[in-house]
Design a protein around this ligand. Structure first.
Ligand code: SAM
Length: 249
């Protein structure tokens, strides 16, 4: 494992203790099965009707996994390099009695068989941890069965630029859309190195890896709001999230 990923993993093991401290609250949320937002439900509707086997890359607390099963998935395998996160997600899935299992592994070196997924689901703070996006894209293609789908609902690549000022949105003077990386200075992964990928790089990588893009959407809502923060950048004028649906060629 490269030194940056190793350091980020230590930070995520600590950050993921939140999933243990808030076990009951997250169990209740998971059990409600409502962790997919409307955009996700809409774009995944037809795919979930086919009862897909899902691989969730960087599954974190795993709340989406229960929701995916409730919405039609036959099974979900979550992959995350945080053992703390994967253990807590597994305990929750077992308590609820859903077909989700968890594998502790670094993405993109996933110890799952070729063509084991009909749908690879990821996002909500996932791509920024990939140092080599093409290696990630090729791993997605390796995991997918022929005509299988990749679905991403993710922070918009412009998000690192926005300040959290309440009065009006501003661009952080220490950031560029075209930077290679920056250090996270907000919870939950404070101090971790995030890799930056422009929307063009993400789409081109998906295509270069061997997938056909079926949909690309951009939205003003952030996928995550820090508690107690009411940033003007979230008032509906700026891109804060995107969705991408692709099919293995
Ligand atoms: C912001 S969370 C998003 C995960 C999930 N969607 C959620 O909402 O909990 C990012 C997750 O990616 C995991 N992660 C970061 N880099 C990783 C890597 N290289 N391989 C595997 N997991 C990684 C972290 O442990 C963390 O659980």
């Amino acid at each position: 494992m490269d030194p940056t990923t190793r350091a980020n993993r230590i930070i995520w093991e600590t950050a993921s203790l939140k999933h243990v401290r808030e076990y009951q609250k997250l169990l209740d949320l998971a059990a409600a099965g409502s962790s997919l937002i409307d955009v996700e439900r809409h774009l995944l509707h037809d795919i979930l009707q086919q009862e897909p086997d899902v691989v969730h890359l960087q599954s974190g607390h795993g709340l989406e996994d229960v929701a995916l099963v409730r919405a039609g998935a036959r099974s979900v395998v979550g992959v995350d390099f945080s053992a703390v996160a994967a253990d807590a997600a597994q305990r929750r899935a077992t308590d609820i009695g859903v077909a989700c299992r968890y594998v502790v592994s670094v993405v993109p070196d996933v110890p799952l068989a070729d063509a084991s997924a009909d749908l690879v689901y990821t996002g909500k703070g996932a791509l920024i941890w990939m140092q080599d996006l093409l290696a990630w894209g090729r791993e997605v293609v390796r995991l997918l069965r022929p005509s299988g789908h990749l679905f991403i609902y993710e922070a918009h690549p412009a998000v690192p630029l926005w300040t959290w000022d309440r009065d009006q949105p501003r661009i952080r003077p220490d950031r560029s859309y075209f930077d290679r990386s920056h250090v996270n200075d907000t919870f939950p992964a404070n101090g971790a190195v995030e890799w930056q990928w422009t929307l063009g790089q993400i789409v081109t990588t998906v295509v270069e890896a061997g997938m056909e893009v079926l949909h690309l959407g951009e939205y003003p809502e952030p996928f995550w709001r820090a508690e107690g923060v009411a940033a003007s950048a979230w008032d509906g004028r700026l891109p804060n999230s995107f969705s991408l649906l692709a099919r293995r060629s």
